[in-house]
Design a protein. Sequence first.
Length: 608
Amino acid sequence: MLSLNDAFSEKDMENWVERISKLLTKEEIEKLDFFCEPKLDGLAIELIYRDGIFTIGSTRGDGIYGENVTENLKTIESVPLRLREVEEVAQDLEREGEKEIADFIKENGLKEVVVRGEAIITKKNFELVNKEQEKLGESPFANPRNLAAGSIRQLDPKITAKRRLDVSAYDLVSFHGQKTHEQEHKILHALGFKTNNKYCRYCKNLQEVFEYRNYWLKNREKLPYEIDGIVVQVNDNRIFQKLGVVGKAPRGAIAFKFPLKQATTILKDVKFQVGRTGAVTPVAILEPVEIGGVTITRATLHNEDMIKKLGVKIGDTVVVGRAGDVIPEVVQALPELRTGKEKEIQFPKECPVCGSKLEKPIGEAIWRCTNPKCPAKERRYFYHFVKVFDIVGLGPKIIDRLLDEGLIEDPADLFTLKEGDLLPLERFAEKSAKNLVNAIQSRKEIPLARFIYALGIRNVGEETAEDLANHFKSLEKLKNATLPQLQMIRDIGPVVAQSIYRFFRDERNLKFIEKLMKVGVKIVEEKKPEKQPLKGLIFVFTGGLESMAREEAKKKVKELGGEVTESVSKRVNYVVVGKNPGSKLEKAKKLGIKTITEKEFLDILKKE
Ligand code: IVH
């Protein structure tokens, strides 16, 4: 699952069309049209239906691997457990003037349907859930998006069920005869999904896109959901496909975001937070203020230079801005409203958590704590580690408790936790303790890039970790890399190279890595999508195989991206015929589907 690039102005949108036009022919540019829809602020999910039955639901995850959240999604009313019957779907589409698609579906059925959409919560339900949270003594959710994400990535489907979520479908991935994105929306509706169709619009040019966007900018309050902009997509699917993907986003679609939401309030105080790399960030403590439907009491001031640039003092009236899911920030101070009682902000000379000296390398804007054992660093590092290992259900609150109780000292200890260790903790019942232990154990295998990112090496973010993994291919090689070797890698400059080099020369870090391996963490090869040569090919097996068990053969096909089904139909590409084949062989012959011997099958696997 991809994501979208952002545009913030009409100029950005014009540039986008200009960029994509360079990749198109004159005829294509002439008929370029768009489909626009509200950009919902929730969590992206994918739903797979086999023979009309909801089979797998997943989150976006890192775009390649998501999390299986089928059981949780089943509790959401607007996720149909079963699609409407082929006849009903076809009738609906015919009524909508889509006879060709109706015929296609009648002819081909609905064997596999893959749909994407956004899990969201209405503004009204958001408030209801938050009220309940408060009653339970839990902290309220900051925004509808956090709530949706937190409810779906839950170990206990019962909790998901209570959160009153909705799923709005916006993308049809499987092919059912559609030629445009507009038609996909119609099909989604006919299949029985909840859609936003009545708020969407076909636009024949950018001018109409601008009108649509301006309409929603003025009228967004009329929608039951939070939206943070509109999504504009090239309507013709063939052109959309042709435009391809750059980075993690398709060229043929863009998020045209609404401008930053702002509000004014009073800066009551400034606290200094210490991050996992020891970075000290000034956080503005604000008189509570509502921005775009959520109340905020904190905003970032980024760093010392920013405080100077804004010229802001404690007691000032300030403008605070927030764009979608971005952390709110102080964007402006209003000195003309001063009373004379305002105080200068004192940036600390020592770490506010452990009292050690702070240092700021020349050319950097950020002060850092110099104490490697600073507790703030360790706790934050824990949060980072757990997030990268993607351990479901292990949030900061539980980590805090585990640390406070002395149950764990470093993240490697997590993997040795047993049910019985958790039970004495408040609010852990047998089931949730067991689920958490299982969740931790299920994350022991991790691709190299994620492992490197999880180490929390300063200046090594997700992408750099990816580059390092691609370059060195093994942790051993990375560990032993020399400075010049590191600097040779594209996108890695001297500063980053230094911090990687230093990291692997620190005895404590090496010990920690060793400990991780000892408790069973295993670096595994990432199954790259390029390594899926059988993608799109469907296999059926009939009769006994000689060289391997049927199950093993199926596994091999799936590993290479192919699909295995039980019954022979028109969409099947190969029928593998073993000893004493059954009726499937006849059916394959009747439908004219290619049959292959076991040897030919093995050749296909080998070639790949
Ligand atoms: S189309 C290639 N349509 O926005 C991705 N996305 O910023 C195609 N989103 O991950 C997405 N409403 O979760 C699309 N009507 C809509 C959307 C929408 C919300 C989310 C989606 C996506 C994110 C990208």
